[in-house]
Design a protein around this ligand. Structure first.
Ligand SMILES: [Zn+2]
Ligand SMILES: [Zn+2]
Length: 341
């Protein structure tokens, strides 16, 4: 973590400023400009108490935070992650039935799609539209994935895109190393994200309500598993699938900024990897995604397998989603330097 504080902010800011195209193309630049003019309409308690010299965008605990605050918030943000990992071990004690194993791949596949399509491409990037009922159902499915509420997830992820691989990035392997970006940051206690950055989602009272009670859908799903298949189904089909889905997101947060190729000269170190794309149902085309995060697709070409986008297209054909944003043709090719006159 020592490098975190050594990186001069001015350098990263200058690097971003030098790349005018990406600043202009940022999906949140207009939102942030809006926020600069209008104060967020929800008080952000943690940030409002920060001393003026603290960078407001940092998610790491402020130096004045007490140990009890750090321990309490660390436990509050991670107990459910620990619980699903411990719960997954329960299958060693109960064994599993044929029904548990039959449902396992289906639930695992659904959880992967919910992370990529729900948390990521819909709530964080708004890359397609759906009905208000569809949005709420998607939010409930996200909550059942136990990666906290979709507003928190979206706020953290939008922060990642605004500060990708910079000192403020909550989970950059370049700033904190592999283990930090994979899981360490989740256990390190974070300040509240900028809730103003998800003001578009907070317009819906049902989403704000669900954000408060985000554990409910997960508890209902766990209860349904228990009713249908007993404890072995809870351990295998609820806990283990949720734990694996968390690791899928962790893989993207860490390895997709470390391994693979870079087609587009984005200001961060995002990379494309076929292997990660297969594991994460398309999100492994991460350099593509950082290049054009507005799109509902992460695979830009036919050979770039993107299972999540395939399902989005199917839902589009069925009329369940619409306004699906695709990559414009002129954004497909990497920028080439114009020839000297
Ligand atoms: Zn990234
Ligand atoms: Zn993203």
């Amino acid at each position: 973590m020592s490098t975190t504080h050594d990186t001069p902010l001015a350098v990263t800011a200058a690097a971003r400023a030098a790349n005018g195209e990406h600043l202009k193309e940022s999906p949140y630049s207009s939102l942030m400009a809006d926020l600069a003019e209008n104060k967020p309409d929800v008080p952000i308690a943690a940030h409002s108490r920060q001393p003026a010299e603290m960078p407001r965008s940092s998610l790491l605990p402020s130096p004045y935070r007490s140990w009890p605050w750090i321990l309490y918030n660390s436990a509050r943000g991670t107990w459910f992650l620990i619980l699903i990992h411990l719960g997954a071990l329960g299958v060693f004690f109960t064994g599993a039935t044929w029904l548990d194993w039959l449902l396992f791949p289906a639930i695992m596949y659904a959880r992967g799609l919910i992370t990529t399509i729900g948390y990521h491409r819909y709530f964080a990037h708004r890359s397609f539209k759906t009905s208000r009922v569809g949005q709420f159902v998607l939010a409930c499915l996200c909550c059942a994935n136990l990666q906290r509420g979709p507003l928190w997830w979206a706020a953290i992820h939008r922060h990642h895109h605004r500060h990708s691989d910079e000192v403020e990035d909550a989970h950059s392997p370049l700033q904190g190393g592999f283990l930090w970006s994979y899981a360490g940051w989740m256990f390190a206690t974070l300040e509240d994200p900028d809730w103003g950055s998800v003001r578009d989602l907070r317009r819906y009272p049902e989403l704000v309500w669900l954000e408060r009670f985000w554990l409910l859908p997960g508890l209902l799903l766990a209860g349904a598993c228990w009713l249908v298949g007993g404890w072995s189904m809870v351990w295998l089909d609820f806990c283990l699938t949720a734990a694996i889905a968390v690791h899928g997101a962790a893989v993207i947060n860490s390895l997709s900024h470390m391994i693979g190729s870079r087609r587009y000269p984005t200001p961060d170190q995002s990379r494309n990897s076929m292997l990660l794309a297969i594991i994460t149902l398309g999100d492994g085309w991460h350099n593509n995604h950082h290049h054009y995060p507005h799109a509902a697709q992460a695979g830009f070409f036919w050979w770039e397998i993107d299972g999540s986008f395939r399902l989005i297209r199917l839902l589009e054909r069925l009329g369940l989603v619409w306004g699906v944003r695709r990559v414009p043709a002129h954004k497909l090719q990497p920028a080439v330097r114009p020839p000297l006159a």
